[in-house]
Ligand binder design. Structure first.
Ligand code: PLP
Length: 396
């Protein structure tokens, strides 16, 4: 794989006609070490955020040993890439074939579920295995999050106690899990969810071995600057410590976005400009799915030999396909003199960006190169220390 210092180095040496994925292994390594050192439990990586084998290896080398997989293809991929990894199949609706293959061929012992039917399915597909860790997925609010995960999965508090009791009978270890929605902007999302977990455990009167707080840990995007990630960890730690569970119980988390958002950006070329609309060579069917479909705003920066001296103005983007839906409203602030042939780096696409690329309409094949500079934003690089001001010194 090519290695460059910056997006500008890539643009000037390669003059790429296709979008280029710029990866920053050092940023993913830093995120992994941060979670390994500071998350008050076991952090497993949610593979769907970005299943790239290169990324999986970086996370593994930096201490991430457990992987949250949701399909049999993800099970096979992680098993082939990281033979020693522990895999947890955390999709509450699985096919019996997927469960059987995961259990018997890939050593998966942990599964999630949210119905009695799924419990029966797991027990049958594993031939009454006695070594299962089964996590009951509870339905919790997505009110603090930018992307809801509240409607599709999860058992309600009313129905959770009966399911917990049934799972307790069948499982070697019993877990409770939830997902507060992706890009949770307030740590309180987790303490509120933990209150539901508490109520369910108390009502069921069961012993719980695992509490899994799921994903939702945020990254930094324009207009979305979350509290420091340590604040999330503190809230989770405190809520966990106050649950009615034994000392031997374990706390798990399933970060996806927070571990990989900083890992990748994309270098695109402007093919045409019409007023305040730029036609670029990546889009809704490429790595900009969220920019098109949920109006997600990613940071952008003009990549040009000589910096522009014109003021920024707001642009929207059209992607390369023939489809009207291939439109990213933004707004994306770029220098007013930007024109066809210019390159733009779109940042923070390591999570749910690079992973979403399709071949639709013949677009989507581009190179991947390593860059060594810092991502366009970071949760893990401390802000520079504030400098003492002149007035403060004078007062003394
Ligand atoms: C998507 C998903 C995750 C990761 O969510 P992020 O918001 O990316 O952290 C974790 N667990 C489950 C069950 C998921 O579906």
């Amino acid at each position: 794989m090519h290695k460059h210092n910056t997006a500008l180095g890539v643009a000037t040496t390669l003059r790429p006609a296709l979008p280029v994925t710029l990866i920053r292994p050092h940023a993913a390594a830093r995120a992994a070490r941060f979670f390994v050192e500071k998350f008050p439990g076991l952090a497993m990586y949610a593979v769907k955020a970005n299943p790239s084998p290169d990324l999986l290896k970086v996370l593994w080398e930096n201490g991430i040993t457990h992987y949250d997989v949701a399909s049999i293809a993800e099970v096979r991929l992680v098993r082939a890439t990281l033979p020693q990894a522990k895999l947890c199949f955390m999709h509450p609706v699985k096919s019996p074939e997927a469960i059987t293959e995961a259990y018997f061929e890939h050593g998966v012992r942990t599964f999630s579920l949210d119905t009695h039917d799924e419990l029966e399915k797991i027990v049958e597909a594993t031939q009454n295995a006695t070594d299962l860790t089964l996590c009951v997925r509870m339905r919790v609010s997505s009110a603090h999050s930018k992307l809801s995960l509240a409607s599709k999965f999860g058992v309600s508090l009313d129905e959770a106690p009966a399911l917990l009791l049934a799972v307790r009978q069948a499982a070697d270890a019993l877990g409770v899990c939830f997902h507060v929605g992706s890009q949770a902007m307030a740590p309180a999302a987790y303490s509120e969810a933990m209150e539901l977990v508490r109520a369910a455990i108390v009502q069921a009167g069961v012993t719980v071995d695992v509490v899994d707080v799921g994903g939702g840990f945020p990254s930094v995007y324009p207009g979305m600057e979350p509290a420091p990630i340590e604040a999330y960890f503190d809230v989770i730690h405190r809520a966990y410590e106050s649950l009615p569970i034994s000392y031997s119980a374990e706390l798990w988390g399933e970060p996806g976005r927070a571990l990989c958002a900083e890992y990748a950006s994309v270098l695109v070329r402007v093919e045409k400009r019409k007023g305040d609309v730029l036609y670029i060579n990546d889009g809704a069917y490429g790595s900009l799915f969220d920019a098109a479909h949920v109006d997600w705003r990613f940071p952008v920066s003009l990549v040009r030999d000589e910096e522009s001296t014109t003021k920024p103005m707001d642009f929207s983007f059209y992607g390369p396909t023939c489809d009207d839906l291939d439109y990213m409203a933004g707004p994306f602030a770029l220098p007013a003199d930007i024109q066809a042939g210019d390159y733009v780096e779109i940042g923070m696409l390591g999570a749910y960006g690079a992973a979403m690329r399709t071949q639709f309409n013949g677009f989507g094949n581009g190179e991947t190169v390593i860059v060594t500079d810092e991502p366009m934003a970071s949760l893990y690089v401390p802000a520079p220390a504030p400098r003492a001001t002149v007035t403060a010194l004078k007062k003394k």
